[in-house]
Design a protein around this ligand. Structure first.
Ligand code: X90
Length: 281
Protein backbone atom coordinates (compact mmCIF):
# COMPACT_ATOMS: atom_id res chain seq x y z
CA UNK A 1 0.00 0.00 0.00
CA UNK A 2 1.25 3.48 -0.78
CA UNK A 3 -0.30 5.57 1.98
CA UNK A 4 -1.91 4.79 5.31
CA UNK A 5 -3.67 6.96 7.87
CA UNK A 6 -3.19 5.45 11.32
CA UNK A 7 -5.06 6.94 14.23
CA UNK A 8 -5.52 5.83 17.80
CA UNK A 9 -9.02 4.81 18.82
CA UNK A 10 -9.73 8.10 20.60
CA UNK A 11 -10.95 9.44 17.22
CA UNK A 12 -14.10 7.28 17.66
CA UNK A 13 -13.85 6.05 14.08
CA UNK A 14 -13.09 2.41 13.28
CA UNK A 15 -13.23 2.60 9.49
CA UNK A 16 -13.10 5.27 6.81
CA UNK A 17 -15.00 5.18 3.55
CA UNK A 18 -14.12 6.74 0.18
CA UNK A 19 -10.38 6.54 0.57
CA UNK A 20 -8.08 7.68 -2.22
CA UNK A 21 -6.61 4.94 -4.47
CA UNK A 22 -3.97 2.74 -2.87
CA UNK A 23 -4.59 4.45 0.49
CA UNK A 24 -5.88 2.87 3.68
CA UNK A 25 -6.95 3.56 7.21
CA UNK A 26 -6.28 1.67 10.40
CA UNK A 27 -6.32 2.38 14.11
CA UNK A 28 -4.58 1.25 17.27
CA UNK A 29 -6.84 0.75 20.26
CA UNK A 30 -6.45 2.22 23.71
CA UNK A 31 -7.67 0.04 26.57
CA UNK A 32 -9.91 0.70 29.54
CA UNK A 33 -9.60 -1.23 32.80
CA UNK A 34 -12.52 -1.72 35.14
CA UNK A 35 -11.24 -3.82 38.03
CA UNK A 36 -9.75 -6.98 36.50
CA UNK A 37 -11.63 -6.54 33.28
CA UNK A 38 -9.98 -5.09 30.18
CA UNK A 39 -11.99 -3.38 27.45
CA UNK A 40 -10.08 -2.99 24.19
CA UNK A 41 -11.37 -0.02 22.22
CA UNK A 42 -12.15 -1.71 18.91
CA UNK A 43 -15.27 -1.73 16.75
CA UNK A 44 -16.51 -4.83 18.56
CA UNK A 45 -16.66 -3.03 21.91
CA UNK A 46 -20.07 -1.81 23.04
CA UNK A 47 -19.18 1.47 24.84
CA UNK A 48 -22.61 1.78 26.48
CA UNK A 49 -22.27 -1.67 28.08
CA UNK A 50 -18.77 -0.71 29.13
CA UNK A 51 -19.84 2.46 30.94
CA UNK A 52 -22.77 0.61 32.54
CA UNK A 53 -20.26 -1.84 34.01
CA UNK A 54 -17.97 0.98 34.96
CA UNK A 55 -20.70 2.85 36.88
CA UNK A 56 -21.71 -0.38 38.62
CA UNK A 57 -18.12 -1.01 39.73
CA UNK A 58 -16.99 0.89 42.80
CA UNK A 59 -13.24 0.20 42.61
CA UNK A 60 -10.47 1.68 40.52
CA UNK A 61 -10.75 2.15 36.78
CA UNK A 62 -8.16 3.45 34.31
CA UNK A 63 -7.07 3.70 30.69
CA UNK A 64 -3.86 2.81 28.88
CA UNK A 65 -2.39 3.95 25.60
CA UNK A 66 -1.13 1.59 22.86
CA UNK A 67 2.47 0.33 23.06
CA UNK A 68 5.10 1.18 20.43
CA UNK A 69 4.66 -2.40 19.15
CA UNK A 70 1.01 -1.72 18.36
CA UNK A 71 2.02 1.27 16.23
CA UNK A 72 4.94 -0.62 14.61
CA UNK A 73 2.59 -3.28 13.26
CA UNK A 74 0.56 -0.59 11.48
CA UNK A 75 3.59 1.43 10.32
CA UNK A 76 4.86 -1.67 8.50
CA UNK A 77 1.78 -1.81 6.28
CA UNK A 78 2.55 1.07 3.87
CA UNK A 79 5.31 3.21 2.33
CA UNK A 80 4.00 6.51 3.65
CA UNK A 81 2.37 6.73 7.05
CA UNK A 82 0.36 9.58 8.48
CA UNK A 83 -0.21 8.84 12.15
CA UNK A 84 -2.46 10.95 14.32
CA UNK A 85 -2.63 10.75 18.10
CA UNK A 86 -4.70 12.03 20.98
CA UNK A 87 -3.12 15.06 22.67
CA UNK A 88 0.28 14.50 24.27
CA UNK A 89 -0.98 16.84 27.00
CA UNK A 90 -3.18 14.05 28.38
CA UNK A 91 -1.82 10.75 27.05
CA UNK A 92 1.36 8.85 26.30
CA UNK A 93 0.03 7.89 22.85
CA UNK A 94 2.12 10.41 20.94
CA UNK A 95 5.36 9.37 22.67
CA UNK A 96 4.59 5.75 22.00
CA UNK A 97 3.99 6.47 18.28
CA UNK A 98 7.21 8.52 18.07
CA UNK A 99 9.20 5.64 19.57
CA UNK A 100 7.62 3.30 17.03
CA UNK A 101 8.58 5.72 14.26
CA UNK A 102 12.26 5.71 15.35
CA UNK A 103 12.33 1.91 15.47
CA UNK A 104 10.69 1.43 12.06
CA UNK A 105 12.84 4.10 10.39
CA UNK A 106 16.01 2.54 11.79
CA UNK A 107 15.11 -0.68 9.96
CA UNK A 108 13.51 0.82 6.87
CA UNK A 109 15.01 4.28 6.29
CA UNK A 110 13.23 4.59 2.92
CA UNK A 111 9.84 4.74 4.64
CA UNK A 112 8.16 8.03 5.42
CA UNK A 113 6.36 8.41 8.71
CA UNK A 114 4.69 11.58 9.90
CA UNK A 115 3.39 11.47 13.48
CA UNK A 116 1.09 14.31 14.38
CA UNK A 117 0.06 15.27 17.91
CA UNK A 118 -3.55 16.41 17.48
CA UNK A 119 -3.40 18.37 20.78
CA UNK A 120 -7.02 17.26 20.84
CA UNK A 121 -9.07 14.13 20.44
CA UNK A 122 -12.30 12.67 19.00
CA UNK A 123 -14.04 14.65 16.28
CA UNK A 124 -11.22 17.15 15.75
CA UNK A 125 -9.02 14.20 14.83
CA UNK A 126 -11.64 13.04 12.34
CA UNK A 127 -11.62 16.45 10.63
CA UNK A 128 -7.85 16.09 10.22
CA UNK A 129 -8.17 12.52 8.92
CA UNK A 130 -10.77 13.53 6.35
CA UNK A 131 -8.57 16.41 5.20
CA UNK A 132 -5.63 14.00 4.85
CA UNK A 133 -7.70 11.89 2.49
CA UNK A 134 -8.61 14.99 0.45
CA UNK A 135 -4.91 15.85 0.20
CA UNK A 136 -4.14 12.27 -0.94
CA UNK A 137 -6.62 12.75 -3.76
CA UNK A 138 -4.75 15.83 -4.97
CA UNK A 139 -1.62 13.80 -5.73
CA UNK A 140 0.64 15.91 -3.54
CA UNK A 141 3.94 14.56 -2.33
CA UNK A 142 4.64 13.53 1.26
CA UNK A 143 6.30 16.80 2.30
CA UNK A 144 3.49 18.97 0.93
CA UNK A 145 0.86 16.84 2.64
CA UNK A 146 2.69 17.20 5.97
CA UNK A 147 2.85 20.97 5.54
CA UNK A 148 -0.74 21.35 4.47
CA UNK A 149 -2.17 19.14 7.18
CA UNK A 150 -0.18 21.02 9.82
CA UNK A 151 -1.61 24.30 8.50
CA UNK A 152 -5.14 22.84 8.41
CA UNK A 153 -4.89 21.70 12.03
CA UNK A 154 -4.55 25.37 13.04
CA UNK A 155 -8.09 25.85 11.75
CA UNK A 156 -9.70 22.95 13.58
CA UNK A 157 -10.88 23.13 17.17
CA UNK A 158 -12.54 21.09 19.87
CA UNK A 159 -15.23 22.06 22.36
CA UNK A 160 -16.81 19.73 24.88
CA UNK A 161 -19.73 19.55 27.24
CA UNK A 162 -19.41 17.31 30.27
CA UNK A 163 -21.87 16.44 33.02
CA UNK A 164 -19.40 14.45 35.05
CA UNK A 165 -15.62 14.73 35.30
CA UNK A 166 -15.02 11.94 37.81
CA UNK A 167 -12.91 9.73 35.53
CA UNK A 168 -10.84 12.68 34.31
CA UNK A 169 -10.12 13.71 37.92
CA UNK A 170 -9.49 10.18 39.23
CA UNK A 171 -6.98 9.54 36.46
CA UNK A 172 -5.18 12.83 37.03
CA UNK A 173 -6.10 14.37 33.65
CA UNK A 174 -7.62 17.42 35.29
CA UNK A 175 -7.23 18.74 38.84
CA UNK A 176 -10.00 18.22 41.37
CA UNK A 177 -9.99 21.98 41.93
CA UNK A 178 -10.70 22.76 38.28
CA UNK A 179 -13.39 20.12 38.14
CA UNK A 180 -15.35 20.97 41.29
CA UNK A 181 -17.93 22.94 39.31
CA UNK A 182 -18.95 19.75 37.56
CA UNK A 183 -19.95 18.03 40.80
CA UNK A 184 -23.14 20.03 41.12
CA UNK A 185 -26.31 18.42 39.82
CA UNK A 186 -27.54 19.72 36.47
CA UNK A 187 -24.38 21.75 35.88
CA UNK A 188 -23.01 21.23 32.39
CA UNK A 189 -19.41 22.23 31.97
CA UNK A 190 -18.43 23.65 28.59
CA UNK A 191 -14.75 23.77 27.74
CA UNK A 192 -12.22 23.44 24.97
CA UNK A 193 -8.95 21.80 24.09
CA UNK A 194 -6.34 24.45 24.97
CA UNK A 195 -3.42 25.35 22.71
CA UNK A 196 -1.30 22.98 24.82
CA UNK A 197 -3.77 20.16 24.36
CA UNK A 198 -5.20 20.16 27.86
CA UNK A 199 -8.71 20.70 29.19
CA UNK A 200 -9.69 24.31 29.56
CA UNK A 201 -13.01 25.00 31.24
CA UNK A 202 -14.94 27.94 29.85
CA UNK A 203 -18.47 28.02 31.27
CA UNK A 204 -20.71 26.24 33.72
CA UNK A 205 -24.24 26.14 32.46
CA UNK A 206 -27.44 25.25 34.29
CA UNK A 207 -29.29 22.80 32.05
CA UNK A 208 -28.38 21.22 28.72
CA UNK A 209 -30.06 23.83 26.55
CA UNK A 210 -27.88 26.64 27.93
CA UNK A 211 -24.78 24.55 27.31
CA UNK A 212 -25.65 24.20 23.59
CA UNK A 213 -26.10 28.00 23.30
CA UNK A 214 -22.74 28.42 24.97
CA UNK A 215 -21.08 25.97 22.54
CA UNK A 216 -22.55 27.78 19.53
CA UNK A 217 -21.41 31.15 20.92
CA UNK A 218 -17.87 29.85 21.44
CA UNK A 219 -17.76 28.45 17.92
CA UNK A 220 -18.79 31.78 16.42
CA UNK A 221 -16.39 33.76 18.64
CA UNK A 222 -13.60 31.49 17.49
CA UNK A 223 -14.27 31.98 13.77
CA UNK A 224 -16.75 29.25 12.81
CA UNK A 225 -18.70 30.22 9.72
CA UNK A 226 -20.46 27.39 7.94
CA UNK A 227 -17.51 24.98 7.86
CA UNK A 228 -17.56 21.32 8.86
CA UNK A 229 -18.75 20.26 12.31
CA UNK A 230 -18.53 16.78 13.80
CA UNK A 231 -20.38 16.04 17.03
CA UNK A 232 -19.51 12.90 19.01
CA UNK A 233 -21.81 11.96 21.85
CA UNK A 234 -21.73 9.45 24.67
CA UNK A 235 -25.21 7.93 24.88
CA UNK A 236 -26.75 11.29 24.03
CA UNK A 237 -28.09 11.21 20.47
CA UNK A 238 -30.89 13.63 21.38
CA UNK A 239 -28.44 16.17 22.83
CA UNK A 240 -26.29 15.94 19.70
CA UNK A 241 -29.42 16.53 17.56
CA UNK A 242 -30.37 19.55 19.65
CA UNK A 243 -26.94 21.08 19.23
CA UNK A 244 -27.06 20.33 15.51
CA UNK A 245 -30.41 22.13 15.24
CA UNK A 246 -29.04 25.16 17.08
CA UNK A 247 -26.13 25.39 14.64
CA UNK A 248 -28.52 24.96 11.70
CA UNK A 249 -30.72 27.81 12.94
CA UNK A 250 -27.68 30.10 12.93
CA UNK A 251 -26.06 29.09 9.61
CA UNK A 252 -27.07 28.24 6.04
CA UNK A 253 -26.50 24.56 5.26
CA UNK A 254 -23.67 23.81 7.67
CA UNK A 255 -22.00 20.44 7.11
CA UNK A 256 -22.71 18.59 10.38
CA UNK A 257 -22.07 14.91 11.12
CA UNK A 258 -22.97 13.11 14.32
CA UNK A 259 -21.34 9.96 15.68
CA UNK A 260 -21.24 8.05 18.91
CA UNK A 261 -18.11 8.02 21.05
CA UNK A 262 -16.11 4.78 21.17
CA UNK A 263 -14.54 3.23 24.26
CA UNK A 264 -11.90 5.77 25.27
CA UNK A 265 -13.94 8.94 24.76
CA UNK A 266 -17.01 7.34 26.38
CA UNK A 267 -14.90 6.51 29.43
CA UNK A 268 -13.66 10.09 29.85
CA UNK A 269 -16.52 12.18 28.43
CA UNK A 270 -18.91 9.97 30.47
CA UNK A 271 -22.63 9.54 29.96
CA UNK A 272 -24.25 12.42 28.04
CA UNK A 273 -20.92 14.08 27.29
CA UNK A 274 -20.52 15.75 23.89
CA UNK A 275 -17.40 16.54 21.88
CA UNK A 276 -17.60 19.04 19.03
CA UNK A 277 -14.93 19.37 16.36
CA UNK A 278 -15.28 22.32 14.00
CA UNK A 279 -13.44 24.34 11.38
CA UNK A 280 -12.76 28.07 11.59
CA UNK A 281 -11.87 30.45 8.78
O1 X90 B 1 -3.23 7.38 27.58
C1 X90 B 1 -4.36 7.19 28.05
O2 X90 B 1 -4.59 6.33 28.90
C2 X90 B 1 -5.51 8.04 27.54
C3 X90 B 1 -5.76 9.24 28.35
C4 X90 B 1 -6.81 10.15 27.78
C5 X90 B 1 -7.22 11.27 28.68
C6 X90 B 1 -8.25 12.24 28.26
C7 X90 B 1 -9.25 11.88 27.23
C8 X90 B 1 -10.35 12.91 27.07
C9 X90 B 1 -11.51 12.44 26.26
C10 X90 B 1 -12.90 14.27 27.33
C11 X90 B 1 -13.14 15.68 26.99
C12 X90 B 1 -12.31 16.32 25.94
C13 X90 B 1 -11.02 16.91 26.41
C14 X90 B 1 -10.13 17.37 25.30
C15 X90 B 1 -8.93 18.08 25.75
C16 X90 B 1 -7.80 18.09 24.77
C17 X90 B 1 -12.68 13.32 26.19
Amino acid sequence: MKRLIVSDSSCNLYSMGDLADDCGFSYVPLTIHVGDKEFVDTDSLNPIHMIDEMYAYKGKTSSACPSPDDWIQEFNKADEIFALTITSGLSGCYNSAMLARDIVLAESPEKRIFVMDSLSTGPEMVLIMEKLNELFEQNLDFKDICQQITAYSQQTHLLFKLENMENLVKNGRVSRLVATVADVLNIHVVGRASAQGTLELLHKCRGASRSYCSILKEMILNGYSNGKVIISHCDNASGAEMLKNKIMEAFENPDITIHATGGLCSYYAERHGLLVGYESV
